[in-house]
Ligand binder design. Structure first.
Ligand SMILES: [Zn+2]
Length: 507
C-alpha cells in the first residue's frame, strides 16, 4: 500500500495535519519535504473521506539566532529578537514575511493549499494562553520529563516560558521569577529590565519542546510529519509525546518521520550557509509536478538525492513514463504508480498531454525562433493551434535549466563549420543521403538507415554516430541520433550534408 494511504488507513474522525518551518532564511528545496509530505497525507486523508484540515505553522516568534552569511552586519542588533519583530533585509515589512512570501508563491505553483498560521498570531490572540497556564502550573513535572527523557538538567527555578523583554526586545534573555495567571514576572539578563509578560499576548513564548505539544493540545493536531532531527531518541518528539500524555492529557499526533533531501555534490542543505537551492528556484527549472513527484514517489523513511543536472532529466522521464502508465499507455514496475501519479499531478487530465520534456530541451536548441519551433512541434505530433500556457512555461523552464544546470553532454548548438572528411566518411554520408531518398523522415526509419550503413561496412556504431554529431553539432556525443535528426527539418539535414560533401570534393 502507498505510504500515505497506509498511515491514514486506520484513522477515524476529523484530522488535522500540521506542518511548520521557521522562516529564518531562504526556504530551500530540502524544506519542501515537510510541506509536501503533509500535503500528500492531507490528500490521502481526504481520499479516505475523513474530514480534514491542513495547516502550516510559521514559527515567526522564534528568535534570530545569529547574523547569517546572507545578512549584513547591522543584524547583530536583532539577534535574540523574534523574526516577526525585525525588519526585512530589503524593502518594508517584516523579516519573517520576507522569507515566507516566495515560499508561499511556490506552494501555489505546486498546488499546495494549506492554511498558513503565524505562531506570533496564535500567541497574540491568546490561543495558546490555556496551554501556557497548564504548562506553568506543571513546570516541575515537565522539568522531570525533560530530565528523564532527554537528559536535560533543569533547576527548580525553571519556567516553561520565555518572555520577550519589553525594553530590549530579546526573547531568549529573560528569566521568569514568578507566575500569577495571566502574568509571568521576569528579569532580563541582557538589559536588566524587570517587567511582566501577559501570557494571553505575544509577550513571550514557550520553549520549543513545550510549545510543540502545546500546539497539538491547543489546535487538536492528529497527524504530523517531521524531520529526523526531532525523531531522535530523547528528541523533541519523545519529550513532546510524554508532555502531551502526562501534562495536557491528550494523545500525541500520529508521527511520520521523513529523511532529508540531499543535494548532489553538496549533501545536507543549509539556508544559513547559502549552500542550497531555494524552493522557489526549483520551480524555475523543473515543471511544477516534478517537485511533488520527487517527494511523492519516495518512501519518507528514505533520503532523497536531488540532482538538478542529469538526474532532473531522468526524474522527468520517470514521471512521464508513470503518467503514460496511469493512462494505460505504458507499464510501470512501481506497484504504487497510480497513487504516486495522483499525488504528483498538478491538474486532472483525460489523457497525457505533456510534450516530452527531453524533446523540448532538444528542440529549443535546434530552433531559436518561435515559428520554426512550433512547426517542429507540429511535426512531432503536437496537435494544438498554438503553444498553450502549460507548454510556454515548460519552454521557459527548459531554457533556464539548460543555462544553469544541464550537463555539457546535453547542450549543443547547430554548426555549419566545414571540416575535412576522410574518403570513408564522405562515402558514409553519401550513402546516408542515397538511402534517405526512399526512407520516411521518422526517428525509427532514420535509425534503421544508419544501422544498415553500420552493418554493411562492418563499422562500430560509435564511428558513425560520432561522425554525425560532428557534422551537426561539432561534438562527439549528442541526443539519440535517429531521434535527433528527425527533430530537424529534412531539407536542412540533407543540405548540410551535401554542402560538406561538395566542399570536400572541391579540395
Ligand atoms: Zn532586555
Amino acid at each position: 500500500m502507498y505510504w500515505a494511504d497506509a498511515l491514514v488507513e486506520n484513522l477515524n474522525g476529523t484530522q488535522l495535519i500540521s506542518t511548520g518551518i521557521s522562516p529564518s532564511g531562504p526556504i530551500h528545496v530540502g524544506n519542501m519535504r515537510e510541506i509536501l509530505t503533509g500535503d500528500i497525507l492531507y490528500k490521502a486523508s481526504l481520499d479516505k473521506k475523513l474530514e480534514s484540515r491542513f495547516i502550516y505553522l510559521c514559527d515567526d516568534l522564534d528568535p534570530l539566532r545569529k547574523v547569517y552569511p546572507f545578512l549584513d552586519g547591522s543584524y547583530s542588533q536583532y539577534v535574540g529578537m523574534p523574526l516577526s519583530y525585525i525588519p526585512a533585509p530589503e524593502g518594508d515589512g517584516k523579516y519573517s514575511d520576507y522569507f515566507l512570501k516566495p515560499f508561499l508563491e511556490t506552494l501555489k505553483k505546486i498546488n499546495v493549499n494549506v492554511e498558513v498560521i503565524s505562531t506570533t498570531g496564535l500567541y497574540r490572540e491568546g490561543k495558546l494562553a490555556e496551554a501556557i497556564d497548564i504548562a506553568m502550573n506543571h513546570r516541575e513535572e515537565i522539568a522531570k520529563i525533560m530530565h528523564d527523557v532527554a537528559g536535560y538538567d533543569i533547576g527548580p527555578e525553571w519556567y516553561p516560558y520565555e518572555p520577550r523583554c519589553s525594553k530590549c526586545g530579546k526573547i531568549n534573555s529573560s528569566t521568569v521569577t514568578k507566575y500569577e495567571n495571566p502574568y509571568a514576572y521576569y528579569k532580563c539578563k541582557a538589559c536588566g529590565n524587570e517587567d511582566k509578560a501577559d501570557i494571553r499576548k505575544d509577550d513571550g513564548k514557550m520553549p520549543w519542546r513545550v510549545e510543540w505539544p502545546a500546539k497539538w493540545y491547543a489546535l487538536g493536531v492528529t497527524i504530523e510529519p517531521f524531520g529526523k532531527d526531532h525523531a531522535a531518541s530523547g528528541g523533541s518528539y519523545d519529550t513532546g509525546k510524554e508532555i502531551a500524555a502526562k501534562i495536557f492529557k491528550i494523545s500525541p499526533p500520529v508521527p511520520l518521520m521523513y529523511e532529508r533531501i540531499l543535494l548532489k555534490g553538496v549533501g545536507v542543505m543549509h539556508s544559513s550557509t547559502g549552500v542550497a537551492i531555494t524552493a522557489s528556484e526549483v520551480t524555475t527549472f523543473a515543471p511544477p509536478e516534478i517537485l511533488r513527484f520527487l517527494i511523492a514517489r519516495n518512501d519518507p523513511g528514505r533520503h532523497i538525492d536531488f540532482d538538478p543536472g542529469m538526474g532532473l532529466l531522468n526524474l522527468i522521464d520517470d514521471y512521464e513514463k508513470m503518467e503514460r502508465a496511469y493512462f494505460g499507455l505504458d507499464e510501470s514496475n512501481n506497484e504504487n504508480f497510480k497513487r504516486i501519479y495522483e499525488m504528483s499531478r498538478i491538474k486532472i487530465l483525460d489523457a497525457p498531454e505533456k510534450i516530452n520534456f527531453r524533446h523540448i530541451v532538444t528542440l529549443i536548441q535546434i530552433y531559436r525562433d518561435d515559428n520554426s519551433f512550433f512547426s517542429a512541434l507540429k511535426r512531432s505530433g503536437y496537435d494544438k493551434d498554438q503553444i498553450d500556457d502549460y507548454l510556454k512555461n515548460e519552454i521557459v523552464i527548459a531554457k533556464y535549466w539548460l543555462s544553469k544546470y544541464a550537463p555539457e553532454n546535453i547542450k549543443f548548438s547547430l554548426t555549419d563549420k566545414q571540416f575535412l572528411l576522410t574518403d570513408d566518411q564522405r562515402s558514409i554520408l553519401q550513402e546516408f543521403l542515397d538511402k534517405l531518398a526512399s526512407a520516411e523522415w521518422t526517428s525509427d526509419s532514420i535509425h534503421t538507415v544508419i544501422y544498415d550503413i553500420i552493418g554493411d561496412r562492418k563499422l562500430t556504431p560509435k564511428d558513425v554516430f560520432t561522425l554525425f554529431y560532428r557534422v551537426f553539432i561539432d561534438k562527439d556525443k549528442g541526443p539519440r541520433l535517429g531521434y535527433f535528426l528527425s527533430s530537424m527539418d529534412k531539407n536542412y539535414v540533407v543540405n548540410r550534408i551535401k554542402s560538406l560533401i561538395q566542399n570536400n570534393s572541391a579540395q
